[in-house]
Design a binder for this molecule. Structure first.
Ligand SMILES: O=C1O[C@H]([C@@H](O)CO)C(O)=C1O
Length: 543
């Protein structure tokens, strides 16, 4: 079937956490409408850019775009951005069931609220390997009061100004900033827009909660007071079920958890999101699990759970390692790879600017999208050299701030042999500040990868691969790399196109923490002209 959506994207004043600021809405909403489809449906989104003075592009996060790489929605990589007043039509097939998301992929635009969820269900007659009575999607984000223009300017200045921690955490677009800390005016605690998120349940029933995170910065813990969460899906893959009290979720990840309304039905319970991985100054996001027929707006009688310690990496690593493919749904990875690329994650000072970089190269996007430049052999629009396959891993001290006299910015891309098996080692290291290493969620466009293993310290190319999980690794599109640790991934370069691979923290991506892969471009037919119109990709220049 065709799932047709007509969207108008515009700025509107919203008070999502009681503080009024301009947010980007789709048909008046943020989060935007949930796209509901069945496996193999075609989703068509006719998007009108009514942002007046800002371009837009939308990425369909987790959708592989087999045969339609031009609709991946990544400005500068797969398309020219959609200019104000223009309408662009995205059209793609959702070929795998699961929980996915969509969001802006232009500058720091995602941070303004341009996002939503995608639910792909199985066709009638086919069922999931677990049962539930109802399902619900919720999107978790962090929320800043400063505009993205101020943020981008601060990050991109010689006098680097960091954005700091978010002011609020939103659960499905709802939060509560403590207005008493601000002068009266823009913040209004009685604004009905900032009432907490409520999920109503019927005692005894089981719910599938599809949870996605599109935070700009924060890693989160999610919990429902007094209730177990049984994890059954991660990034669209069935997970061998395991039970947690709190679910750690990184920006770019999705999970399905089952919850049973099996607690005392006479009261409501707190739904809580908490910042982890960074020294927490943001108040927890709070929602209400409402046991019908109690009043949905009655606060639970208890003090909300405070969440886990922000700096305890162990339970987070343990959860990542618990995520295995579900029995009977295992796709085994190839036993060996054809190529290994080691990507060092650091900050660098490049000509006085603070940047994030990958193997000492900080990414910059050319103004002609790669897909067009590669397909149409516009060799002059980006550097045709090869980015590094490794960093100086023999000598590099991952536990000290980088010296990196040779750090540079570049727009070179990795050319992968079509259908080859590629291993990626994400090696985390120290930032520019002593004794600091951050958590980075890496997201790959156009593919799932097998998560082969996690480790602490420096990856050992001789020993560590022997410990890879070749038996039941999960297939995901986003994975975390813990401070001073490494994560190993494997994927097959079998999807013709040009694909972004980047830290899903918006500010880190903006500061260069990304690479681009190209594979099998010669297999693609003619590119649609709707993706052209910028840089050297102007149709008129080429006929
Ligand atoms: O990108 C970042 O910059 C700051 C800090 O490293 C420099 O102020 C921070 O915490 C980040 O995650």
């Amino acid at each position: 079937a065709i799932r047709y959506h007509k969207w108008e994207v515009k700025y509107e004043y919203k008070s999502l956490d009681c503080y009024q600021k301009l947010a980007i809405t789709i048909n008046g909403q943020t989060p935007g409408p949930t796209i509901v489809a069945e496996k193999d449906d075609t989703v068509v989104v006719e998007l009108k850019n009514s942002l007046l003075t800002e371009n837009v592009a939308i990425h369909w996060h987790g959708i592989h775009q087999k045969g339609t790489p031009w609709f991946d929605g990544t400005a500068g990589v797969t398309q020219c951005p959609i200019v104000p007043g223009d309408t662009f039509v995205y059209k793609f097939v959702v070929d795998r069931p699961g929980t996915y998301m969509y969001h802006a992929h232009y500058g720091l635009q995602r941070t303004n609220g341009l996002y939503g969820m995608i639910q792909v269900s199985l066709p009638p007659g086919v069922s999931e390997p677990y049962t539930y009575d109802h399902e619900e999607s919720i999107l978790l984000v962090d929320w800043y009061h400063q505009s993205t223009y101020e943020q981008a300017t601060g990050l991109n200045s010689l006098n680097f100004v960091w954005v700091g921690e978010p002011q609020s955490l939103l659960i499905q677009g709802k939060g509560m900033f403590n207005c008493s800390t601000l002068a009266a005016g823009l913040c209004n605690a009685t604004n009905p827009e900032c009432s907490p998120y409520v999920m109503t349940v019927v005692p005894g029933k089981t719910y599938r909660l599809r949870i996605g995170s599109l935070t700009s910065l924060s890693a989160l813990s999610f919990e429902i007071e007094g209730h177990n969460l049984t994890v059954v899906e991660a990034d669209g893959s069935n997970v061998e079920p395991f039970v947690v009290k709190n679910l750690f979720i990184y920006s770019g990840e999705t999970y399905s958890v089952l919850i049973k309304a099996d607690q005392a039905p006479t009261r409501n319970y707190w739904i809580v999101s908490t910042v982890v991985g960074r020294n927490r100054t943001t108040p927890n996001g709070l929602g209400i699990l409402n046991y019908s027929p109690n009043n949905p707006s009655t606060s639970p009688p208890t003090v909300p759970p405070v969440g886990p310690a922000w700096n305890d990496v162990e339970p987070r690593l343990a959860q990542s390692q618990s995520i295995k493919a579900r029995k009977d749904y295992i796709t085994r990875p190839p036993k060996k790879s054809d190529r290994t690329i080691i990507l060092l994650n650091t900050q660098n000072n490049i000509s006085g600017y603070i940047r994030w970089s990958v193997s000492n190269v900080s990414y910059t996007l050319p103004n002609t999208p790669y897909l067009i430049a590669v397909k149409d052999k516009l060799h002059h629009v980006f550097n045709q050299g090869h980015p590094p396959n490794d960093y100086d891993s023999q000598h590099y001290d991952i536990f000290s701030p980088p010296e990196n006299p040779s750090a540079t910015t570049s727009n070179k891309i990795y050319k992968l042999r079509f259908n080859s098996v590629v291993d990626i080692i994400l090696q985390n290291a120290n930032t520019l500040s002593k004794n600091t290493s951050e958590t980075h969620p890496w997201h790959l466009h156009g593919h799932n990868f097998w998560v082969m293993g996690y480790g602490k310290g420096k990856f050992d190319i001789h020993e560590d691969p022997k410990k890879y999980n070749l038996v039941d690794p999960i297939l995901k599109n986003t994975v975390s790399v813990q401070p001073y640790g490494w994560t190993a991934l494997r994927f097959r370069a079998d999807n013709p196109g040009v694909w972004f691979f980047h830290c899903h923290i918006d500010y880190h991506m903006f500061l260069g923490m990304a690479v681009v892969f190209e594979e099998g471009i010669e297999k693609l037919g003619t590119l649609p002209t709707s993706i052209m119109g910028c840089g050297k990709a102007k149709v008129s220049d080429r006929t």
